[in-house]
Design a protein around this ligand. Sequence first.
Ligand SMILES: C[S@@+](CC[C@H](N)C(=O)[O-])C[C@H]1O[C@@H](n2cnc3c(N)ncnc32)[C@H](O)[C@@H]1O
Length: 230
Amino acid sequence: MKVPGAGGWTFEDKGIAAAFDQHVREQLPWYDLATGAVAHIARHYIPAGGLVYDVGCATGNVGRALAETLQARDATLIGIESSAEMAERYVGPGQIMVANAASVDFAPCDLIVCFLTLMFIPRPERVAMIRRMRASLRPGGALVVFEKIEAGSGYPATVLWRLALAGKVAAGVDAGEIVAKELSLSGVQRPLAASELGQGAIEWFRFGDFGGWLIEHQAEAQGARRTKGA
Ligand SMILES: C[S@@+](CC[C@H](N)C(=O)[O-])C[C@H]1O[C@@H](n2cnc3c(N)ncnc32)[C@H](O)[C@@H]1O
C-alpha cells in the first residue's frame, strides 16, 4: 500500500480502501480479538426487532461480526461511512449511508458501535456527536466505543508506545511503512481523551493506547451507580 505523506492520511482513496482489510490486521494485532468482543457485547443489547448503528462501518468488519445476532433477532443495521471508496467495498448486512456521522440525526436505537472511528472525527464535532449518540439510545440500549486514547505520562508511556511498535514489527510490517503511516496520521487521527465519553463509561479492553468502553443508556447507568452506592 502506498502510504500518503505527513498529515495526508485519507480513507477517500481507492488504493487505501482496497488494502484496508489486510492493512488494519498488520497494524493492529488485536483487531480480530477486539471485533469478537464487540460481537459478544452486542449480543447482550440487541433486542428482537432492534436498530443498530455501525459508525464508520468501512468494509463491513463489525456488520459481519454482528450478522448472526442481527438475523436471529430480525434486527436492522445501519452502517454510516463518510468515504465512498470504503463504502463501495462494504460487504455485510444492513444498509449503508454515505455521510459524515457527525451530521447524522440518529434515530432512537438499541446499540451504536464506534469501532476505530471517533479518532478520525475532529474533537468539537465528536464531543457533540457522543452526546447525541448517548441521547438516542432507547432504555436498555448501549454505545460501544473502541478507539485510540491519549497516551499516559512518564516512563510507562514510552513502554506502551514501544509495545505498539513491537506488535507492528512482529506482524511483519516494514519499519519505513510504520513510520510513514504514523506521520501520515498527523492532524488526521486524534486520540480520544477518556473524559470525552462522559460519565458511566465502563472500560472492557486495553492494549497500550487502544481501549474499549461500554456506555449504557443513562437510566441503566444511574441505576448501577445507585446499586453500587447502596
Ligand atoms: C479505521 S476505519 C474503521 C474500521 C471499521 N469500523 C472496522 O471495524 O474495521 C475508520 C472508518 O471511519 C470512517 N470515518 C471517518 N470519519 C467519519 C465520519 N465523520 N463519518 C463517518 N465515517 C467516518 C473512515 O472513512 C473509515 O472507513
